[in-house]
Write a protein that binds this ligand. Structure first.
Ligand SMILES: [Zn+2]
Length: 206
């Protein structure tokens, strides 16, 4: 964590963070305050982080010939059902940016994410196709799969790392360690001059 922070802050001056509350608010990244939000938009020369431990760390980048925009978004169940993924893409499109790509980082998969039946029904009503069955046969919600589908439907190129935080012990998982766990971070840095940078798969720990 500190190693990453030092490396990234060399390039950005400082990383922007947010106080995440499972809401749908997305605000511009700033380095002199930590806003209460679940998404930060970035301009070239800025970097921002999203902290997770089962929720989806969603990194979005888009550009036109003369404009570039990035966003880091925290997508848990509440944010997903509240519409934060569409809200993020709306910001890009209102800015006139339609060439958009996204990375869905490590998150709990639908086969591991058990919820009560009422929640699964609510999710299915709001976002058809989002409910699923866990590998042990109980109701679940497929958050990363639903995020990917929403993005694809909006014309976004999606790269899913396809890592389940509950199954892969390299990552923190609230569900695997319900007594208390850490969180890991997804970072996005928009270079000032070169095309925006998104991790192109590979080992996300390196
Ligand atoms: Zn899983």
């Amino acid at each position: 964590m500190r190693r990453w922070r030092e490396r990234l802050e060399i390039e950005t001056g400082s990383l922007a963070w947010m106080n995440q509350v499972h809401g749908t608010t997305i605000v511009p990244a700033q380095t002199d305050a930590v806003p209460t939000a679940d998404g930060l938009t970035l301009r070239p020369g800025q970097g921002a982080a999203v902290m997770v431990a089962d929720c989806v760390p969603l990194l979005i980048s888009g550009e036109t010939d003369d404009d570039r925009l990035g966003a880091v978004v925290h997508v848990g169940r509440a944010g997903l059902l509240g519409g934060i993924v569409d809200a993020a893409i709306d910001i890009f499109q209102v800015a006139g940016i339609t060439d958009i790509s996204a990375v869905i980082g490590p998150a709990i998969c639908g086969a591991c994410y058990e919820v009560g039946e009422d929640l699964a029904v609510e999710a299915e009503q709001l976002l058809p196709g989002s409910s699923c069955t866990t590998r042990w046969g109980t109701p679940g919600i497929d958050i990363p799969g639903t995020v990917a589908r929403i993005l694809t439907n909006r014309g976004v190129r999606v790269d899913t790392l396809d890592i389940c935080t509950m199954e892969d012990e390299r990552f923190f998982s609230h569900r695997r360690e319900p007594g208390g766990t850490g969180r890991f971070a997804g970072f996005l840095v928009l270079d000032r001059d070169t095309p925006s940078r998104l991790p192109a798969g590979g080992d996300p720990l390196l």
